[in-house]
Design a protein around this ligand. Sequence first.
Ligand code: BTN
Length: 247
Amino acid sequence: MKRLNRNIVYLNEVDSTNNYANRLIATDCVKTDTVILTKYQSAGKGQFNNTWQSASDKNLLFSLITQPTFLLPEKQFLISKIISIAIVQYLSDFSNLVSIKWPNDIYIENKKIAGILIETIVRGSTMDYCVIGVGLNLNQKEFDKSLPNPISLTQLINKKIDIESALNKIIANFYTYYNLLKNNLEDKIDSTYFDMLYRKSAWHIYKKDKTTFEAKIIGIGQYGQLILQKRDESVHEYYFKEVEFVI
Ligand code: BTN
């Protein structure tokens, strides 16, 4: 297996790779672009204080430490777009049913295959550090009944997947788009992300405050807001958790 030409911390077990990355940053002697890779997390973190469950040595669990000091903090959703694109590009070699469920869940049809948790450290108006945590279900065949709609790559293609090869490809894809960002080519990132969106440009049911309505996604705002157009042609913007997809 070709090893990545960057710093990788290999851990058999850790509470959470994001926590480990944050502790490393706190020591002040962390190298940028370091990857923390583990086989098992005893306290994996999901979005909004949820947990991230993953059987031992089955899936890809990592955090990438970057220093996007060139990026204004209000533009940080671009990092979320880039890592989502990187994962979709990797999975697209196996399936043409992969998409990004706004803002950054990775789906195969109507099932979730990967989750992303980004934690940033902003100093003044500078993005000092960004910890990009990824959990991608690769070889796990059974999931806890409490999880709403999980899927793994092996369930889709019935083959064992090499975890480190997945990591290498995703990191390479990430840096392709990260370099575009450094070179101010945001439009390419925006259009690629939009093209990969789940349920884009078609009528679907959404839910806000217990009320359901039909709408279609017509864009993504610069802070990552979901822009929906309703049947009466009115346009509405929603931040994360302000609106739900009805699946
Ligand atoms: C979500 O969809 O809720 C986000 C899940 C993110 C999980 C990954 S696994 C590696 C990294 N370490 C964590 O504790 N969480 C992220």
